[in-house]
Design a protein around this ligand. Sequence first.
Ligand SMILES: Cc1cc2nc3c(=O)[nH]c(=O)nc-3n(C[C@H](O)[C@H](O)[C@H](O)COP(=O)(O)OP(=O)(O)OC[C@H]3O[C@@H](n4cnc5c(N)ncnc54)[C@H](O)[C@@H]3O)c2cc1C
Length: 517
Amino acid sequence: MTTTRSSRSPLTRRHFLGHLGAIGGSSLVMSALSSWDLMAAEAGKRPELSGRPSKAKVLVLGAGLSGLALSYELSKLGYDYQILEARDRVGGLVWTIRGGATHTEIGGERQTCKFDEGQYVNAGPWRIPYSHTGILGYCRELGVPMEMFVNEAENSYFYYEGAEAGSLAAKRVRLREIKADIFGQVNELLVKAIDQHALDLPMTAEDQEQLVRFLSNHGYLDLKDHRYKAFVDRGPGDPYKLSALLGAGFGNRLRSVPQAEGTQAGTMFQPVGGMDQIPKAFARALGPNRITHNAEVQTIRQDDHTATVVYRDTKSGKTQTVTADYVVICLPMSILAGIDCQLSPETMAEVRGTRVSNSAKVGLAMKRRFWEEDDEIFGGHLYSNLPIGEFSYPSTGYFSRKGVLLGLYANGPVGDLMNKSVAERVEHVLLHSSKVHPQIRREFESAYGVWWQKVEYSRGGYASGPPARRALLSKMENRLLIGSAVTAPYSQPDWQEGAIAAAWQALTSLHQRAMSA
Ligand SMILES: Cc1cc2nc3c(=O)[nH]c(=O)nc-3n(C[C@H](O)[C@H](O)[C@H](O)COP(=O)(O)OP(=O)(O)OC[C@H]3O[C@@H](n4cnc5c(N)ncnc54)[C@H](O)[C@@H]3O)c2cc1C
């Protein structure tokens, strides 16, 4: 504690903090805690279970991340289990598109990927925040090599169209210019106000001096006259006017610290070579005979003694019947809604009521990494209001010749693009992205797009829903239990962490039930 010398406002530092607390500090702390409680992003702690039940044959439906993580833990506990998976690959939404990948849209066209060897785009998950310790723990345990995913690159462009962007409409402005000019000018204003005693600050002269020093350093102000001027690290050119930057809405993207999740999150990771390295590592750990592929589940029934699943072998067209003591359903809710399943009518109503995202991604293979060579952009995103959602640069293969851009990433409809032909969709992406990168048409090689609502065995992207619905869906009903990400108790289901959290929850319920049988 320091005793102040100011005659103007003889407050001690303790008083100063106390004063702030009285104004709003404690209520801020309270609201921060309660919102943290709500958002808690991690899967929690991996359950530590023991004991081996006598009757313990389990069928896991779906080899997405939830089904794989659950099976991996079941194997550790010594359960006899089998996964039924409709596709000929594992991972579900975790799908990395490489040359040769192919799919036919529901009611639509067939695409075959023409990317070069080593090039890829993640059609589903593509980044993992450092706070998602459940999924990252498995990456460590299963030996999946990881690298940094770059969310924010200072050289990225902002590009806003429309009258609301004012004098900066349809102009490429670098993130570093925006940060420098906004913080610099705001800080200059604050310093001016402090110097002129225009702010009634409950601070000592010494505290005010320190605040001025901080604002000057932070905003790169001239240390003598405390004015903001062009400076080397901002890059060439005159500063943009504060009113123009704020008016364009650029400032709304800036944060004091990175968010925990999403496009503005700080440290994030991706598996080297594509997100599907995670489900592939799980599948290797399970061994060769635990997953039955091309097994399209059609009926799920139960009685007091057993659970029965009927599936269609999509290769032979024949139906097969399998029985087990328990069935854990790790399917998308959009698929379960159409399956003849003996969960209670109330639960099935919740299944049908679950919202699934209308996600789409388009990968654009480029002959040349012009964003690196011409624009010095290494990873990160374009910030725009163009109708392409997120547009992103690869966080891998820097300084190599070719690369795959994420030309479009949307989690809602982009006009009626979903109902257009594949060629029309690609043209839409090239048309809009070439406003920022005119080289894009010349360097364009091929594209691959995934509209998840039109993908069989997914019929939508990630699930979402209020905690109450998630809790209801997670209840074990005699021998049946839902274990896919939609039931995530802690993390939101729209992350792989949600799939892990859901798997752990299902494992705990199942084991308790099996041990008491
Ligand atoms: C576009 C997009 C971007 C995302 N971005 C991120 C991200 O950056 N980071 C992140 O952590 N998460 C992200 N996610 C979320 C993440 O992908 C999901 O939360 C997670 O993969 C869900 O796993 P799951 O096992 O619950 O479901 P799914 O992956 O849907 O698995 C279900 C499985 O069931 C199988 N199946 C379907 N029908 C049948 C049937 N009839 N019979 C047998 N099997 C069947 C499917 O083939 C699939 O393997 C993203 C999702 C999307 C769509």
